[in-house]
Write a protein that binds this ligand. Structure first.
Ligand code: PMP
Length: 293
């Protein structure tokens, strides 16, 4: 990337994090349509004029995954499509050239075995009046990095971020849920990125566990007193939280509901399992990756 590229200086790119998983019928991308729709939404919200169509973006992603996984079809990959500006040092990018790239790599975020320790960050999630919180714009992640670095320097695995009113928002790159007395809750829309995994877990909890998820305003005490807490995200998938600011959640191990949701989620993304109620929906969530020619 040339040193005077606009996005390098101002974080003025939009991107997505997507995953492809091996299934019995080859590789498949989880919720590709929703990710591409959010990528285009982020670009529009940022005033970035994209010339590629949805079909062209999807084709580029599918082709990149096909080319990069043919050597190792057993392994899933994380996929990063990004639109970024070329050379221009003025703040408004104007009609600066827009580049499009797709890269794939193996990515594990947070341990699958050991529940995550979260530390509440003093860095707050941006207020919706200060920015477009629902868009994935590169520069926003400076805020997430500050929170994450702070938590790690205090010995925690990851940060838990509050909104400007002091309510729990999300992790730097994952949404958060709690389970208390068998009922599942998650912070409502407003200060959070509306994760595609979050939406999937809400549907799965409803269809498979008969547990409607309540979207509410939640203070950190509710999380600290919960029986179970877990994080969701494309990178995180479904990961148990073992403690918040040192307060152990439940018995510190992965809880029953978290375990169930995690297993069902991993079944669905791998095209496995026999889930009557959601079977048709879950099939629609997977886009097969055609073999590279
Ligand atoms: N919140 C933030 C701030 C994120 O960066 C992500 C990752 N994209 C998420 C939540 C989870 O979103 P998704 O489930 O769509 O990956």
């Amino acid at each position: 990337m040339p040193i005077r590229d606009h996005t390098l200086h101002y974080g003025s790119g939009v991107w997505e994090g997507i995953r492809a998983y091996p299934t019995a019928n080859g590789m498949a991308i989880f919720r590709l349509d929703e990710h591409v729709a959010r990528l285009l939404y982020s670009a529009e919200a940022f005033g970035m004029k994209i010339s590629q169509t949805t079909a062209e973006i999807k084709a580029a992603i599918l082709r990149t995954v096909a080319l990069n996984t043919e050597a190792n079809p057993e392994q899933g990959v994380y996929i990063r499509p990004i639109f970024y500006y070329g050379e221009n040092m003025s703040l408004p990018p104007g009609d600066t050239e827009i580049h499009f790239a797709v890269t794939t790599f193996p990515f594990n975020y947070l341990s699958a075995g050991k529940p995550t320790s979260l530390g509440i960050s003093s860095i707050r999630r941006p207020d919706p009046r200060t920015t477009v919180v629902g868009a994935k714009i590169g520069g926003f992640y400076a805020n997430a990095i500050l929170a994450s670095n702070g938590a790690k320097s205090r010995g925690f695995d990851e940060a838990l971020m509050l909104d400007v009113k002091g309510r729990v928002a999300e992790g730097p790159g994952a949404n958060i849920f709690l389970v208390r007395n068998g009922r599942i809750s998650t912070p409502q829309a407003g200060h959070i990125l509306l994760g595609i995994t979050r939406a999937s877990i809400i549907e799965i909890a409803n269809l498979e566990l008969n547990k409607p998820v309540r979207e509410r305003r939640l203070r950190s005490g509710k999380f600290r007193r919960a029986n179970e807490v877990f994080l969701t995200g494309t990178a995180a998938e479904v990961k148990a939280v073992g403690s918040i600011d040192g307060k152990v959640i439940g018995n510190g191990e992965i809880g029953e509901t978290t375990q169930q949701l995690r297993e069902i989620y991993l079944d669905i993304v791998h095209g496995r399992g026999d889930y009557c109620r959601g079977a048709k929906l879950y099939r629609e969530w997977l886009t097969p990756v055609p073999q590279a020619a």
